[in-house]
Each structure stands twice: as C-alpha cells, then as structure tokens.
Design a protein around this ligand. Structure first.
Ligand SMILES: [Zn+2]
Length: 394
C-alpha cells in the first residue's frame, strides 16, 4: 500500500488537500488526515507537500502501432513506446488504425494493445480503420466487439475526407447499429469513433443519423472537430440541440503546435466552447498520438508532415488554465472522467475509492512530475522508471 500525504486533489473536481491511500492497484481512500494503523512496513508514505494530483489521462485516439503511410511506405510512423504515453500522464489509451488498414491490421493493433497492458498501462482499442467495409479481425463488427475483450467500438471510420471510403448514410447507419447492439450485448461502450476530414459536408452524416433514426446520439463520437472553423461551429450548435444530439460527446484533437493549419488549437477551441456555452461539458480531447499530421494541397498530395504526441493533452490543459483563464476542474474532465464515462470504463478517469490507482502528480505549470498506473509508479520526478523492453530509462 502507498499513502500519498498532502495532495491537492482534483478527482477531477477540486477536493482540497487530502491524503490518498492506494493498494492492490486501486484507490482505497481519499480524505483529509488519513492514518493507517497496525500496518507497519506495509505502507509506503510519500509526502507530496500540497502538489496537485489529477486522474491519469484517458486518451481515446492513439495510433499505438504508428499511423501515417500517406506518402509512401517510408511514411509509416513507428509504433509508440510506453514511455511516451506515461511521460505524457496518459494511463489509459484506446488504440486505433488510421488511413492504412492494409499494411496495418487488427492483429497488430490488438497485439500492441495487450503489449501496453503488459507494460503497465490500461489499454483498449477500436476495430477498423478509415475504410468501409470496416476492416475487422473476425470479419464482422458485431463479432469483434462481442468476442474480443479490448474492442470498445469502431474507429476511426473516416467521413467528409478525400481519404474516406465515402460511405452513404445507409452504409454508415449499418455500422452504427452493429456497434450499438454489440455494445448492449456486452455492456461495453458501443461507440462509433468518427474521423472528420476537411470536406464541406462536415457533420452532415452524423446529423442525419441522429435526426432520422432511433440510434442514440451517444453512439456517435466525432473527432478532429477543431480542424477548421466551420466544423467547430456546427459542433457547437449541435451541442445546443439536446433533443437531437443529447448524450453525444464531441472530440477535439490536441494538435501539436505548428500543425494546426486552418484549425484552432484544442485550447483555443475549448475557450470558444466555454465562452459560447458556459462550460466544456460534453467535450472530450484526444491526442492523435502516433498519427501523421499531413498537410495536403488541392490535389490531395502531401506538402508537409508532423507526428501527433500524447503530451499535447496536458499542454492543452496548461494553456486552457494559464492562457485562457479556465479553471483546472473545468478542463480536466475533457481528458479524464468525460472520456471514461463515454467509453464506459467505470474504474477510470477519477481518483475516488474503488477506482483504479491511475494518477498524475503535477509540477509547475501542469508539468508531469510523477505518474502512477494501476498502483505502480511509471514516472518519478519526470523520468520514466518503467520503460518498455526496447527502450532505456529516460
Ligand atoms: Zn483521424
């Protein structure tokens, strides 16, 4: 067991200065003045002297096998290492394939998902890629979700993008219904995580899906919504339309600085949403870690490249708080509890008794100081102390 004394806890709501007791990979208690008696030698005590502690981040969009591949075979991004995620404060990750569902396969994705679990993180994945019909492991979306434990839904299926399979409304609805029903059967989230491109049709297919069918809006989780202004403003107006889109979660991408193009940074988008709606409720932020951030010319040819990093999540939180004056507790749910709730990861995204012991101790300006995943220290004083087998401590 470990007793973390004097932590300024955001669970993600602000709880003031408390002590947190961790044991068996879970949070056992979180309250002021905790004392553990009769356990001499069994409890390691760390006095954190008022440092802020937040839940380990839940990143729902990471190309754990590496994404890319849009500029020839040499443009395939290498697989992501556990240290990159841990150093970014990410303790729960949902892996996915992207444009390339051919040289990258579900076999590889599921293997990397299990690998990250062995390395100490919590990991799940989406089945599919940009493509339709969906590139599954078993040949069926329903079977993948029902029979493969880490699969939470389908993603990232691409719409409104020149790289998408250009699904019709009916084709998209068939996938969404498979995802929804398989989710019901398994008590999993059953979510269709949709990549939105820069195309002028924007969120039209998502809107029509909700307006014309019985499918719950929560099934649809559109992402990259801050990639251009039009997309963000249609997302904001959908957020205000509870009757059609209530329960839908809207995902922003924490693009690396310099890779924002015509879009807004996730921090700027959060500030705009907060200004328009008075809160960031219903918004999630993911990193697109390991994804390529290509810029295309009018003919669909790549003119520049970048690679997504999970570290942009906490950078987004820091800029929202320090640059835009939002409260930490306003922004944190977007990268912790709101994501976990949507994905029905019931022991994730919060530091409360019974939850998994996934937490981040913050330093100055939201820098990552220590990270614990399932009760085990992954990062101490900014150094990854549990690197994967093919990396050295750093
Ligand atoms: Zn994408």
């Amino acid at each position: 067991m470990q007793l973390l004394k004097n932590v300024d806890l955001f669970d993600p709501a602000p709880r003031g200065v408390v002590d947190v007791l961790v044991g068996g990979g879970a949070v056992l208690a979180a309250s002021p003045g905790l004392e553990v008696q009769g356990t001499r030698g069994l409890v390691e005590v760390h006095d954190l002297q008022g440092a802020r502690v937040i839940p380990g981040l839940v990143d729902a969009h990471v190309h754990v096998t590496g994404g890319g591949g849009e500029a020839g075979f040499s443009s395939r991004v290498p697989p992501r290492m556990v240290s990159e995620l841990a150093l970014a404060g990410v303790t729960t990750v949902v892996g996915l394939l992207g444009t390339d569902g051919r040289t990258r396969t579900m076999r590889e994705l599921i293997a990397r998902t299990y690998g990250l679990r062995e390395e100490g993180l919590s990991a799940w994945c989406w089945t599919g890629s940009y493509e339709m019909p969906v590139r599954t492991l078993t040949g069926s979306v329903r079977d993948d979700i029902v029979f493969i434990e880490p699969v939470l839904g389908v993603g990232e299926l691409a719409i409104s993008d020149h790289r998408s399979s250009q699904p019709t409304l009916e084709e998209l609805l068939r996938v969404a219904s498979d995802v929804h029903v398989a989710g019901l059967m398994t008590n999993k989230a059953g979510v269709l995580h949709l990549h939105l491109g820069d195309g002028p049709r924007g969120l039209e297919l998502v809107q029509q899906s909700c307006e014309r069918t019985e499918l719950p809006a929560r099934v649809f989780h559109p992402t990259h919504l801050n990639r251009n202004r039009e997309l963000l403003s249609s997302a904001v107006s959908m957020m205000g339309d509870e009757s059609n889109f209530g329960g839908m979660r809207f995902d922003l991408t924490a693009f690396p600085e310099g890779d924002i193009g015509d879009g807004l940074s996730a921090a700027d988008a959060l500030a705009e949403i907060h200004a328009a709606r008075g809160s960031c409720d219903g918004v999630t932020v993911s990193s697109d870690g390991g994804g390529c951030m290509p810029k295309f010319d009018a003919q669909g040819r790549i003119v520049a490249y970048g690679v997504g990093q999970s570290s942009t999540l906490l950078e987004t939180v820091a800029t929202s708080v320090n640059g835009h004056g939002l409260a930490l507790a306003q922004v944190l749910p977007c990268v912790t509890s709101t994501v976990a709730q949507l994905l029905e990861l019931r022991s994730k995204g919060r530091v409360v008794p019974g939850a998994d012991a996934d937490l981040v101790v913050l330093g100055e300006g939201c820098a990552v100081r220590h990270v614990m995943a399932r009760g085990r220290w992954m990062v101490r004083d900014g150094v990854c102390v549990a690197p994967g087998p093919f990396e050295s401590p750093h």
